[in-house]
Design a protein around this ligand. Structure first.
Ligand SMILES: [Fe+2]
Length: 311
């Protein structure tokens, strides 16, 4: 008989990936790129910080703020109720994980009630509820602009520790592996909202924005082409997640992706698989070819020690 203590429950039931914040010395140019080229819309700006929305219901999906070098600002997830935020604070304390912000009204555009803490690689994680509503921006759904944030891929120096933290503490599920190089994690029926990529240093690999269909996706790529912005890699369709992809560099040199049709997971029937990293599994259409040295270098970025809020 095992005498092991039962594992502690995750701190909360995460519903969605709400938004990501990035920090960059090129904050003004980057915010301009996301509004004028990429198809987001600025909701608010304050003191060098821009909050941008997609066409969906989320108040904002991207925050761009000044930083001394390119890096992650934070990752924000939603939970259902203020009580869940308070309970998460209690469970974090039980696990000995310090809060960066106690439960309370969030001091940012859209407000909401939430808390913040750091993950093992010093990335800031926020969970929140009751964020302000925004009016529909594209009611007939025709515009070839991002609807929501689809996922963020994070470079990690310890993929097993990262997966352990995000599954054990945050209750995420691993949908698939790409060998032992990438892990795809979900919080709802979308195949992944976070992926970890084994790398030499911690950094943001890229952020992906969801288009409503392959047609919207292709029209979006066309719109960018007419503005002189061409993909670093793609278009194509990935094996794990089955989503379409087209990767670009933003004005700060961070990688952003248009995607669509991410696989939907039926929770009680899904089996995690390990995908071999072969061309026919990584690029299902055979249109994209292998990633170039240039896109790989953009995706590696520069080392991001995190913990910027302490400085
Ligand atoms: Fe992606």
């Amino acid at each position: 008989m095992s005498t092991q203590a039962p594992a502690a429950a995750p701190i909360a039931r995460l519903r969605t990936l709400r938004s990501v914040a990035v920090r960059t010395p090129e904050a003004v140019a980057a915010a301009e790129f996301y509004e004028q080229v990429w198809g987001l819309q600025q909701v608010e700006a304050d003191n060098g910080v821009s909050w941008l929305r997609g066409s969906g219901a989320e108040h904002h999906i991207l925050e761009v703020r000044d930083g001394e070098a390119n890096g992650l600002g934070k990752i924000a997830f939603s939970v259902g109720t203020p009580r869940e935020v308070d309970e998460a604070a209690r469970r974090l304390a039980e696990r000995g994980i310090a809060l960066v912000a106690e439960p309370g009204t969030l001091d940012q555009a859209g407000h909401g009630y939430g808390l913040r803490f750091a993950d093992p690689e010093n990335r800031l994680v926020e969970i929140s509820c009751d964020v302000e509503a925004v009016a529909p921006r594209d009611p007939d759904g025709r515009k070839a602009v991002p609807r929501k944030l689809a996922h963020i891929v994070l470079n990690t120096v310890d993929i097993d520790a990262a997966c352990a933290f995000y599954t054990d503490v945050l209750g995420m599920r691993i949908s698939d592996w790409s060998e032992h190089q990438m892990a795809f994690l979900r919080v709802n029926s979308d195949h992944h909202v976070i992926a970890f990529n084994k790398a030499e240093w911690t950094s943001v690999n890229h952020m992906a924005y969801e288009m409503a269909s392959v047609d919207h996706f292709m029209r979006g790529i066309g719109r960018l082409k007419h503005q002189g912005v061409v993909p670093l890699w793609g278009p194509g369709r990935h094996g794990p997640g089955a989503n379409t992809f087209s990767y670009f560099a933003d004005a700060a040199g961070l990688v952003c992706e248009y995607t669509s049709e991410v696989a939907q997971v039926q929770e009680d029937a899904w089996l995690c698989r390990v995908w071999r990293r072969t061309p026919e599994l990584s690029d299902l259409w055979g249109t994209a070819g292998p990633p170039s040295a240039d896109v790989r270098s953009h995706m590696a970025g520069i080392p991001d020690a995190g913990g910027w809020w302490k400085r």
